[in-house]
Design a protein around this ligand. Structure first.
Ligand code: AGP
Length: 606
């Protein structure tokens, strides 16, 4: 949440900042701002409410400094407004700060140190920059000394980039919990929340760790730990392809990402299944042993990633013979259940940056429990800090609504479960031909994608003018319903619940009235008649129903029919039509599919 960029020593500072912010817009898009300065200390600070394009419109061609910092915001403290947008400045405007994270003790700091200061915004960031300025000027300290002193007083999460108008050729950086990278250029250096923001300028990056402070100049980067000791660190090469992050001819990233799913399934097969033996998974022995040693797996995740955990639970238990608990990251750290004797933690996260998941990882690592991260982003915080990583190989996912990462997460969980099952000699795993089953999944998705036009028409009719809806299903279809409902509500703003079909009659059916839209998922022949019964119950109370069914359960009047795949993997194929339902319902409402209100792609605050 929130994106930070910065550059020192380039003739193109404004352009680098704006291009970088555009790439980071997925991290927050309610307001943005830049501060640009040149060698002669001429500077300009511009802010705008809304997208980066709104900021761009306000930037004069005269703004052509050599250094600067920029920020795209996802509001935490204070509503989205020009005043609350970053950068913020110290009392006499000497210091300029951008911030990603949350300062938890901002009220105490204000009351203790800043009673006489005039604060114009409602943000915790303005308090931080006032505090930094005050400590430096009243204590007659160097910027590094004063900044460090302030950092010791701050509680919470932050990635900070600080500039001093008296020396426009330095960016001071500090990091705790929120991500930040240094990009190494030729004759200039940069900072960014995500390598993607600076990949046009460089592919050489330095990772930063919590409690480090960095002095970034045009020709040097000095990293110091919390005690001020200089840390030597080698840069790494980010393997990102700019073409990977374009949307080509697609109107929205979400549609592109939905379409990419068959290719992602095939990529996962290619990366994880041996050419010579379809039963041999390419998963490190160490990971297999960690799973085998565990008496219980705790899957920690948020949102769609937690739904992928639910979808994988049944097959993971059957193939590995190990019980699996799915836990919401935002709850687990503060409401930790009684743990088993030998737990293993699996963190599922598309971005690898989710703060809720990370706080659990940090706490559980302190207790000595091993961590495996399943993520789409190599080098992300959750990947770096875990003992093991399995990558999704889904390619960059830009739309806020997660689609291809969800289906990839289930597929990679299946790879791991199959690998462990083979390792322990489980006969169910032996007879589960994952190569063949994932190929069928890829083909089933392809078949669905050819029916987009028909699905679009059905969605327009079914969800037109509604403010609420339900998805219902049993077993795997219940988990798919939860994901389907999240997708629909987060982008179309239709209030939607994913419900266990049999549970509806225990209270929630009271909400069904004339023309309430209900989408029923039916993929399991054994229990299809029960779900059909639940469909009849809602129809009798006036609901209009759209059915999404597997071919072997299909009846003449069903709306969307999905090819048969292995029962372990129906949570992948059954969700694809619901991704399209969400997409078309949002188009019908003329909303921004990729950037829904109030949300951000990477949720880096707890
Ligand atoms: C999904 O469409 C959402 N944008 C959201 O629920 C997301 O899955 C969640 O915030 C977790 O993110 P992560 O996978 O990057 O950890």
């Amino acid at each position: 949440m929130c994106g930070i960029v910065g550059v020192v020593g380039s003739r193109n500072a404004t352009d680098i900042l704006i291009q970088g912010l555009q790439k980071l817009e997925y991290r927050g898009y309610d307001s943005a701002g830049i501060f640009v300065t040149d060698k002669n200390k001429n500077s300009v600070l511009v802010k705008a409410v809304g997208r980066i394009s709104a900021l761009q419109e306000k930037i004069d061609i005269e703004v052509n400094g050599t250094s600067g910092i920029g920020h795209t915001r996802w509001a935490t403290h204070g509503k989205p407004s020009k005043i609350n947008a970053h950068p913020h400045v110290s009392a006499n405007s000497r210091f300029v700060l951008v911030h990603n994270g949350v300062i938890e003790n901002f009220k105490e700091l204000k009351e203790r140190y800043l009673t006489d200061d005039k604060l114009v915004s409602k943000t915790d960031t303005e308090i931080a920059v006032h505090l930094i300025g005050k400590l430096i000027e009243e204590g007659n300290l160097s910027v590094v000394e004063g900044f460090r002193k302030a950092l010791k007083l701050l509680e919470g999460s932050f990635a900070f980039a600080l500039m001093d108008r008296k020396d426009s050729e330095i960016i001071y950086v500090a990091k705790n919990k929120s991500p930040l990278l240094i990009g190494l250029g030729n004759g200039y250096n940069m900072i960014c929340s995500d390598a993607m923001a600076m990949i046009r300028e460089t592919n050489r990056f330095l990772e930063l760790y919590d409690e480090e402070m960095v002095i970034v100049k045009r020709d040097s980067v000095k990293i110091m730990d919390a005690n001020g000791t200089v840390v030597k660190r080698k840069p790494y090469i980010a393997k990102l392809d700019l073409s990977d992050i374009g949307k080509g001819a697609y109107p929205y990233y979400m549609l592109k990402e939905i379409d990419e799913q068959p290719a992602v399934m095939r990529k996962i097969m290619q990366k994880y299944i041996a050419n010579t033996n379809p039963h041999q998974m390419k998963v490190e022995q160490e990971i297999l042993e960690a799973v085998v040693k565990a008496d219980r797996i705790y899957v920690i995740a948020a949102g769609t990633s937690s739904h992928a955990g639910w979808a994988a639970k049944a097959f993971f238990e059957q193939l590995t013979k190990t019980p699996v608990e799915i836990c919401l990251a935002s709850e687990f750290g503060y409401n930790t259940p009684l743990l088993s004797k030998k737990p293993l933690f699996i963190y599922i996260s598309q971005s690898g940056e989710t703060a809720d998941s990370r706080q659990v990882l940090v706490k559980m690592k302190k207790l000595g429990y091993k961590a495996l991260t399943i993520t789409n982003v190599p080098g992300s915080t959750l990947s770096r800090e875990a003992d093991y990583t399995l990558l999704l190989y889904a390619g960059s996912e830009i739309a806020v609504a997660s689609t291809k990462a969800y289906t990839a997460q289930i597929a990679v969980m299946a790879v791991l479960a199959k690998a462990v099952g083979e390792y322990i000699g489980n006969s169910v795993a032996r007879s589960f031909n994952l190569l063949q089953e994932l190929s069928l999944v890829a083909s089933a998705i392809e078949a669905l994608l050819t029916e987009k036009k028909q699905i679009e028409q059905k969605v327009y009719k079914h969800l037109q003018n509604t403010r609420n809806a339900f998805y219902i299903g049993r077993g795997a279809d219940y988990y798919a319903s939860m994901e389907a409902a999240l997708k629909l509500k987060e982008i179309s703003y239709i209030q939607c619940e994913g419900f266990a079909a049999g549970e509806l009659k225990h209270g929630t059916i009271a909400l069904i009235e004339e023309r309430t839209p209900v989408q029923a998922l039916i993929s399991n022949k054994e229990i299809a008649s029960h779900t059909r019964g639940n469909v009849m119950e809602v129809v009798s109370r006036g609901a209009k129903v759209l059915t999404i069914v597997s071919q072997d359960c299909a009846q003449k009047e069903d709306d969307i029919v999905v090819q048969i795949v292995h029962p372990f993997l129906t949570c992948i194929t059954m969700v694809v039509p619901t991704q399209l339902v969400a997409y078309y319902a949002t188009l019908q409402r003329k909303l921004d599919v990729d950037k829904p209100r109030n949300l951000a792609k990477s949720v880096t605050v707890e």
